[in-house]
Design a protein around this ligand. Structure first.
Ligand SMILES: *[C@@H]1O[C@H](CO)[C@@H](O)[C@H](O)[C@H]1NC(C)=O
Ligand SMILES: *[C@@H]1O[C@H](CO)[C@@H](O)[C@H](O)[C@H]1NC(C)=O
Ligand SMILES: *[C@@H]1O[C@H](CO)[C@@H](O)[C@H](O)[C@H]1NC(C)=O
Ligand SMILES: *[C@@H]1O[C@H](CO)[C@@H](O)[C@H](O)[C@H]1NC(C)=O
Ligand SMILES: *[C@@H]1O[C@H](CO)[C@@H](O)[C@H](O)[C@H]1NC(C)=O
Ligand SMILES: *[C@@H]1O[C@H](CO)[C@@H](O)[C@H](O)[C@H]1NC(C)=O
Ligand SMILES: *[C@@H]1O[C@H](CO)[C@@H](O)[C@H](O)[C@H]1NC(C)=O
Ligand SMILES: CC(=O)N[C@H]1CO[C@H](CO)[C@@H](O)[C@@H]1O
Length: 654
């Protein structure tokens, strides 16, 4: 019986769809079967047997484009004025997990029909990081966005927006529709049910209106209306169609029917005349045939809800901001399993801010380090977590790679590459497990400088490390130095009160201006790097309570020795004199320069790397703080008054 029924349904479908009106520049596609050849598809876009257009499937991070394959004239070439246009279409977003959409679709006008270089995820297959906001694109889109992207100031995870050459909407509103006259109803874009949308541009009023409805009739009132002259934005001829993408969260995005008209009003659709969505067509057949099983379905449904409620209570709930591009989000359970339940045996140490455990990822034998810590403020954690996606994209051979993360309630877990040789402090202070040779020390210092240069100047935005110290320099199996914990201090600067900032850092590495301004800069990182240089050469901490009084503060002691011409006295005695004197003097002088009291007088990382590589000779060290780095000419003007009070450039003795 069911086979007969399916056949009958198929006949019905074939009979009812794919009727094309070939009027001048008028498109009316009830399903896309007959117009397969008139559609340019790319990415994951496909036209199914029944004429349904799917822009994406439920795979991660994919995009799909479906454009009418001929360009359409959008402007009067004699006066350059854009034409009015109108479009109606029926779409459906079927999310993989109920109510969690990823990422949405957009009605799009573009100069190309394959949008080369566009990204999936929050870019909706429209733009990419480099062209976003640049006016090279000539992209006009009405987005139906089911994911909240904070980068683009999205208002929520269920909105309609108008975008011009940018993923930041010129205007957006929560998805809704007007029933009857003026009764506004919320509308779930991710309901999985067909939704009809109307986009109308009036080139006389210079006004664009968007309407939505789950029904076939066009509502009187628009939910979004924006005054805009598209003449400057559109090119003479443009391709028109749809773009869509998925991210970590996925939805299948369908278009069931589409009509379009230039200088006229697009015809609306009767939703029931369109191809049906997968699953819905046979639903009633299923109900008849499988009614016995429904009891079971209900029971398992209840069980699933109970499970979900428990998960939500556990706080292992996924929030919109946690699903952007970047490092993996692991489940708490995965990481617990990976570390053998955070066994004390796996404890690697108490690195900055939290306990670090060794672990192995399930289904692989890659060793990982899991940093686990709690935070007093959920808000702080939340804000910081949005940054994880950004710092997770940092990639440099001298940074410890952030592989992923997880959050449960107020607890945050960060997953890093495992560094078999531990942290640098274990090799230089007190009783080290083994003494690093001079060449190894010099190499590690250069590695750290190169990692820090990347953070400061070579990545897409400046990243201030905020907690440079020997304990945050990790050594991989080949004893390469790699900086860890970048960006983490930021979390701790934000207390529960967002107005106040705490100064975070480690005594002896903290630049003096930090206690005054509380505002970390690349220059305060350089100060800490200076302290690191001195301790690697001298084999002791910046402040050593057990040392002789004149040696208590490392930088003072090194400076005194420098003045008295006995600088090499400070080099770690455990090296037994086996070191390169020129290199040792270089590191010590550079360490002193970086320890300057005046931030502007400290060299930039770019310069430091060149000194270390021997590309540029170090300038002479002079007592006055504002003279010796010729490149920083502005140091004089900026810090003039401050300098006069401090004849010496190091902070701790003044
Ligand atoms: C679709 O393409 C065919 C030929 O490929 C053409 O004859 C027809 O007019 C096109 N239909 C529309 C609506 O553009
Ligand atoms: C989804 O689309 C992607 C990209 O086109 C493709 O590689 C993948 O096989 C598709 N998945 C399914 C289940 O069709
Ligand atoms: C284009 O603009 C010219 C001059 O304003 C006008 O005469 C003509 O009718 C316009 N053409 C269309 C198709 O609107
Ligand atoms: C815009 O249109 C002009 C001619 O109308 C064409 O030469 C140019 O290549 C178009 N620009 C883009 C980006 O397609
Ligand atoms: C972004 O897109 C432009 C053109 O659309 C392309 O030239 C560029 O390489 C893309 N950038 C990236 C990072 O893919
Ligand atoms: C739309 O937004 C873009 C980028 O924010 C801006 O450059 C442009 O001027 C806006 N256009 C209109 C018409 O508001
Ligand atoms: C969307 O629909 C689901 C179930 O149909 C409901 O639980 C949820 O509250 C709705 N969301 C909005 C924003 O209306
Ligand atoms: C100095 C030191 O401890 N080196 C070790 C670094 O790690 C590799 C691989 O784990 C070891 O072979 C080295 O002995």
């Amino acid at each position: 019986m069911s086979r007969k029924l399916t056949f009958f349904l198929l006949l019905l479908l074939l009979a009812s769809q794919n009727h094309v009106l070939a009027q001048h520049d008028d498109l009316f596609f009830q399903g896309f079967n007959r117009v397969r050849n008139n559609m340019s598809l790319n990415g994951a876009a496909k036209i199914k047997k029944n004429g349904l257009l799917s822009l994406t499937n439920d795979s991660h991070s994919i995009l799909g484009h479906a454009f009418y394959s001929h360009p359409i004239k959008f402007k009067n070439s004699s006066n350059g004025k854009a034409f009015s246009f109108s479009s109606a279409f029926v779409f459906a977003v079927v999310p993989k997990y109920p109510n969690l959409g990823g990422h949405g679709l957009a009605f799009t006008l573009s100069t190309s029909c394959d949008l080369p270089g566009a990204f999936p995820r929050q870019y909706l297959g429209l733009l990419n990081r480099t062209v976003d906001g640049g006016f090279s694109g000539h992209i006009f889109a009405v987005e139906f966005d089911t994911h909240r992207d904070y980068d683009f100031f999205d208002i929520n995870d269920n909105h309609v927006g108008v975008n011009i050459n940018s993923m930041v909407s010129n205007k957006s509103v929560p998805a809704a529709y007007f029933l009857l006259d003026s009764e506004k109803k919320e509308l779930n874009l991710t309901s999985g049910k067909p939704i009809q949308a109307w986009v109308d541009y009036d080139s006389v009023k210079n006004q664009l209106e968007v309407r939505l409805s789950p029904f076939s009739t066009k509502p009187i009132y628009p939910i979004l209306s924006i005054d805009i002259d598209l003449s400057k934005i559109l090119n003479d001829s443009m391709y028109v169609g749809f773009s869509s993408s998925t991210g970590l969260l996925t939805s299948t995005h369908y278009v069931l029917g589409w009509s379009f008209s230039v200088n006229g009003e697009a015809k609306s659709f009767s939703i029931s005349s369109l191809p049906s969505l997968p699953g819905t067509k046979n639903l009633w057949v299923l109900v008849v045939c499988v009614s016995v099983a429904s009891t079971f379905v209900i029971i398992s449904g209840i069980a699933t809800s109970l499970y979900l409620v428990r998960k939500i209570k556990d706080g292992d709930m996924i929030e919109g901001w946690e699903l952007q591009v970047g490092p993996n989000r692991f489940s708490y359970q995965e990481l617990r399993k990976a570390t053998g339940g955070f066994r004390e045996k796996e404890l690697l140490g108490f690195g900055g801010f939290g306990k670090v455990y060794k672990g192995t990822l399930p289904n692989s034998d890659t060793p990982i380090a899991v940093k686990r810590f709690c935070h007093e403020s959920r808000q702080g954690l939340r804000e910081f977590s949005t940054e994880i996606t950004s710092i997770g994209r940092l990639r440099h051979k001298n940074l410890v790679r952030l592989l992923g993360w997880s959050r449960r309630g107020g607890e945050l877990l960060l997953v890093y590459d495992y560094m078999p040789n531990g942290s640098l402090d274990k090799y230089i202070f007190e009783k080290p497990k083994s003494i690093l040779k001079w060449e190894q020390r010099f190499k590690i210092v250069k590695d750290v400088a190169s990692g820090l240069l990347y953070l400061h100047e070579e990545w897409e935005q400046t990243v201030i490390h905020r907690d440079i110290k020997a304990g945050n320099v990790l050594l991989d199996s080949e004893l390469n130095g790699r900086l860890g914990d970048f960006g983490l201090a930021k979390l701790y600067e934000r207390g529960s009160n967002p107005i106040t900032t705490k100064v975070v850092g480690t005594l002896g590495y903290m630049a003096p201006e930090l206690t005054k301004t509380g505002k970390p800069t690349t220059s305060s990182d350089v100060f800490a790097f200076g302290a690191l240089l001195l301790e690697v050469v001298c084999g002791r901490r910046p402040i050593e309570p057990r040392a002789l009084p004149e040696e208590l503060i490392l930088v003072d002691w090194v400076w005194d020795k420098w003045k008295s011409g006995a600088i090499l006295d400070v080099v770690d005695p455990r090296l037994n004199g086996e070191f390169d004197e020129i290199e040792a003097v270089l590191l010590l002088k550079l360490g002193l320069m970086c320890s300057n009291y005046v931030p502007k007088a400290r060299p930039l990382m770019r310069k430091i790397v060149r000194y270390l590589e021997g590309e540029v000779a170090l300038p002479e060290l002079i007592a006055a703080p504002d003279v010796y780095d010729g490149e920083n000419a502005d140091a004089k003007t900026d810090s003039g008054d401050e300098c006069k009070d401090h004849t010496y450039f190091y902070p701790l003795s003044s």
